[in-house]
Ligand binder design. Structure first.
Ligand SMILES: [Zn+2]
Length: 306
């Protein structure tokens, strides 16, 4: 086996930056390249593709070769049925055949997945699952932050699904009080327990617009009834939403990422709420925090080609 065949190349495409990485056989302690370029998304789709090509050229100069395959993590989803992107926050990418366009431009095979899938994959292969639950076969990863997403990893590989939506719990119906969602439906998980929607709920009770962090600080002080209600809304609906995942796939471990996922009460009151709603008398499923931080996106992108 050549040395090159043990290297994993990946790119995490964000809203403003694209980050590239080359990981050697030593994994997290063997990063051979890591750098980023601005996407310049305001200049349109074609410009983003050119910036990705610039990044891959930088990677090639450093590594001295060009691989046959590269993984790309994106903010939206590649629809394998029609070959185009959907749900990207850089809207110029939606409806574009990005996988095919990049394969042409980069002269490489592209493995593409959304950021929640990359998060789940990275925490499985390099992060908390590898460290603490090395025998886990089925891993469900959740990102709860500005948006809510999820990814399913089985035997170390992302399950994309027929339509590219496997694991996408963020737009499951949860509660009508969430109201209309950009996806065209209403009451989605994301519209109830994402950071901006919890802030919106607090605002509806108080007329006061505060960031989630401030609402949480007020909750901790114990004097703000609306902050307490906001936290109860989070933990109650977190449990209801996650119970659906456990009832259907019963994963070996669940990893919760994102800013909202970092709130400690998720792991106490939130887990108590999960217990109320699952189809079992006890909850054995470990529900844990991740360990890779912001690096999970780019690490996971690289592992898409493994
Ligand atoms: Zn939705």
């Amino acid at each position: 086996m050549s040395k090159q065949s043990t290297h994993l190349w990946g790119i995490d495409l964000g809203g403003t930056k694209a980050e590239g990485i080359v990981i050697g056989p030593g994994g997290i302690n063997d990063i051979l390249f890591r750098d980023r370029v601005p996407t310049g998304a305001e200049n349109g789709y074609d410009h983003i593709l050119n910036q990705i090509r610039t990044l891959v050229d930088m990677m090639e100069r450093k590594m001295g070769y060009r691989p046959a395959r590269i993984g790309i993590g994106t903010p939206g989803t590649h629809d394998p049925g029609v070959g185009t992107m959907k749900g990207c926050n850089s809207e110029c990418m939606n409806g574009q055949p990005m996988k095919a366009d990049l394969e042409k431009r980069l002269r490489m095979e592209i493995a593409i997945a959304n950021d929640a899938n990359c998060f789940a994959l990275a925490e499985t292969r390099m992060g908390i699952v590898k460290e603490k639950f090395p025998n886990a076969n089925v891993v469900y990863g959740v990102i709860m932050g500005t948006g809510v997403g999820g990814g399913l990893v089985v035997n170390g590989h992302v399950i994309n699904g027929l339509q590219g939506i496997a694991g996408e719990w963020g737009h499951n119906f949860l509660d009508e009080s969430g109201g209309a969602c950009y996806c065209g439906k209403s009451g989605c998980v994301e519209k109830v327990i994402s950071g901006p929607d919890l802030e919106r709920y607090y605002h509806s009770l108080t007329g006061n617009k505060l960031p989630m962090k401030e609402i949480y600080d007020r909750y901790k002080k114990g004097t703000d009834e609306a902050a307490k209600k906001t936290m109860q809304r989070l933990t109650h609906f977190f449990g209801l939403a996650l119970s659906v995942i456990i009832n259907i796939i019963d994963p070996d471990v669940i990893v919760i990422g994102g800013g909202v996922g970092n709130i400690d009460e998720i792991y106490t009151d939130g887990i108590e709420s999960v217990k109320k709603f699952i189809f079992n008398h006890r909850l054995d499923t470990p529900i844990v925090k991740p360990m890779l931080g912001d690096s999970a996106g780019v690490f996971g992108a690289a592992y898409l080609v493994d």
